[in-house]
Design a binder for this molecule. Sequence first.
Ligand code: FDA
Length: 307
Amino acid sequence: MLGPVILAASRSDRMRRLISAAPVTKQVVDRFIPGETVDDIVPIIKDLTGKGLELTMDVVGEDITTPEQSHAARDAYLALIDRLAVLDLGEQVEMSVKLSMFGQALEGGHELALANVRQVVVAAAAIGTTVTLDAEDHTTLDSMFAIHEELRKDFPQTGCVIQAYLFRTEADARRLAAAGSRVRLVKGAYKEPAEVAYQNKHEIDKAYVRILKILMEGEGYPMIGSHDPRLISIAQELAHRAGRKPDEYEFQMLYGIRGDEHLRLAAEGHRMRVYTAYGTDWYGYFMRRLAEKPANLRFFVRSMISK
Ligand code: FDA
C-alpha cells in the first residue's frame, strides 16, 4: 500500500524540498548513493572492481527543466569517464543514463538528449566501454527506444532497459532480442496506471519470467536486473536450457541491496554488475528505493524521529 504513495511523493517538489533538507537524510541516503562527487566515488569503484564485480555508474538526476542542465549532465558523465580512463577498467565499468536528465521532455528535447548522450557514448567507446539507457515512466519509452536505435547505428553495444510490469514489454523484448543487443530486464520502478501495466506482484513476476525466456532464447545479451532470489535461480535455469555460457549473460543489482549476493554470484563465476549511483540530485532515485521496500521507509522515519 505504501509503495504508490511514496512513488507519488517522488514526483512532488514540495516533498523534494522537505526530504532533501532533513538533517539526518544524508546518512540514510548513503546506503544507496554512496557519494556526491567523482572524488567520492573513485575509491568505491576501485574497491568493488577489485573484488571482481563489474559496475554500471549512474550520475543521479532526472526531470531537468533547462537545456543548460542537459549540458551539465553530459559534462558530469564526461568528467567521470576521464577518471575511468586513468583507471583503465574498460568494460568492467559502464554507464547508465536517464534521458530525462538529458532534457528528453523539454521542447526539442528528443534531439537535445540524443546529441548530449551521443557525446557520452562516444567518450565511453573511446575507453573501451559502453552506455545503457535506463527506462523511466511509460510516456518516455518511445523516445528512449528511438534514441537507442539511433545510437546503435554507430555504437551497437549501447544497451537499454525494459520493464516487466508494462504490457508492451513482451513485444519490445522480441524486437530487441537480436544479435549484438544488450538488454537489461527489470520489474519496473515507476507508478504506472492499470491501462498500461500489471499492478499485482505475482503478475509482474510471471511477466518477468516470460520476457526473460524471450531474451535468453534470443541472440542478444540479457542483463538480469533483479534482487529477487527466485528470479535469479530461474534465470540460471533458463540460461542453462538456452545453452548460454556464464559470459553470455549477466546479473545486475543495485548498490546497497543484497551486497553479499553480489559477491556470492561473482564467486560462482557469474558476471555480476552493480548499479552504483552518485551525485547530489538523489531525491527521485532514493524515493524509488524507499518505495520498493516499506522497511526502508520505517528505518528512514525512525532515524528522523531519533534525531
Ligand atoms: P523485488 O522488489 O521483489 O525485491 C526482491 C528482494 O530484493 C526483496 O525482497 C528485498 O530483499 C530486496 N530488495 C529489493 N528492493 C529493495 C530495496 N529498495 N531496498 C532493500 N531491499 C530491496 N527500474 C526501472 O523502472 N528502470 C530502470 O532503468 C531500472 N534500472 C535498474 C537497474 C538495476 C541494476 C536494478 C537491479 C534495478 C533497476 N530498476 C529499474 C529497479 C527495478 O525496476 C525494481 O524496482 C527493483 O529492482 C526491485 O525489484 P526486484 O526485482 O529486486 O524485486
